[in-house]
Design a protein around this ligand. Structure first.
Ligand SMILES: Cc1cc2nc3c(=O)[nH]c(=O)nc-3n(C[C@H](O)[C@H](O)[C@H](O)COP(=O)(O)O)c2cc1C
Ligand code: SF4
Ligand code: SF4
Length: 267
């Protein structure tokens, strides 16, 4: 089947999901590629309509074995019309559990036809110098894998007489999905005296949780704990508060998720 253009829709606060998607796009090798970066709030106000002549990649990080809850409204607003879709989940070397199947289900509900799925490993959002978890993933090997996956999906699509002939990929996961943990707000970010008030942290926050008047103030009710602000701070002035639940979990991850997990592909 012929694909007119490739649309890459992704949410990626700390940049690992976007790195995977870009590598995959190189493998697809289509000339016409559109980026739909839904990381920032304004972008998530724009709904996306994709025809059956285009290929859509939808990619998200795994949060608690699910896709991030804040993406649900945007995904439920997708307008697809027998659109071929590749679903991608990026997880921090613990587990992706039901995230990929949840993403595939949402896409199918909106009129998409899932033609492939993949789960990649990215450096864990909570990873730090003290508690490293999957540092620098996706690495060169992961990105080669993403490119290869894109190439293989394209070969499959090129060989199909029509989308009706596409085999359904065996996406793993359970239904009902893993329950979302309903913890209250967590005030876990500290800002050091070396903050130069540049505002880079606020520019990177996907939920506008950082006060524009005082970058040291984070609205814990809004914060999704993505750690984009911590990783983006050029002065390394932002960090996880010692003794906070996020630091405790980072320590657990660093101790229990050391073994390198590899990407998984589903056709
Ligand atoms: C709130 C939260 C929950 C997470 N839950 C999981 C998880 O269940 N399993 C896992 O392996 N990684 C988990 N991670 C790690 C991210 O999935 C991983 O670091 C991913 O690469 C981040 O993507 P990004 O770079 O596009 O932001 C979680 C991260 C955050 C912030
Ligand atoms: S990015 Fe860092 S230095 Fe800049 S305002 Fe935020 S905390 Fe301060
Ligand atoms: S304030 Fe919270 S939601 Fe905003 S970038 Fe930082 S960790 Fe992410």
């Amino acid at each position: 089947m012929h694909v007119r253009s490739l649309k890459l829709a992704y949410f990626s606060p700390t940049g690992t999901t976007s790195a995977v998607v870009r590598a995959m796009a190189r493998g697809f090798g289509y000339d016409n590629v559109e980026d739909v970066d839904i990381t920032m709030p304004d972008a998530r106000k724009q709904m996306l309509k994709v025809s059956g002549e285009d290929l859509l990649v939808v990619a998200a990080p795994v949060y608690g074995g699910r896709i991030p809850e804040l993406l649900e409204p945007w995904l439920r607003g997708l307008e697809l019309d027998k659109t071929p879709v590749v679903c991608v989940a990026v997880f921090g070397n613990r587990a992706f559990e039901d995230a990929l199947i949840e993403l595939a289900d949402l896409v199918a509900e909106r009129g998409g036809v899932v033609v492939g799925g993949a789960a990649f490993v990215g450096e864990h959002s909570f990873s730090s110098e003290q508690y490293p978890v999957a540092v620098a993933r996706p690495d060169a090997e992961d990105l080669r894998g993403a490119e290869d996956f894109g190439r293989r999906v394209r070969e499959t699509l090129d060989a199909l007489p029509s989308l009706d002939a596409a085999p359904e990929p065996a996406i793993p996961g359970d239904r009902p999905y893993k329950e979302r943990k309903k913890g209250g707000p967590v005030d876990f970010i500290q800002v050091g005296d070396n903050c130069v008030r540049c505002g880079v942290c606020a520019e990177h926050c996907p939920v506008e949780a950082i006060s524009a008047e005082d970058y040291g103030r984070t609205d814990a009710e809004k914060c999704i704990k993505c750690c984009a602000c911590i990783k983006a701070c050029p002065e390394h002035a932002r960090s996880t508060k010692p003794g906070s639940p996020v630091e405790g979990f980072a320590k657990w991850l660093a101790e229990n998720c050391r073994e390198r997990l590899e990407p998984r592909y589903f056709f």
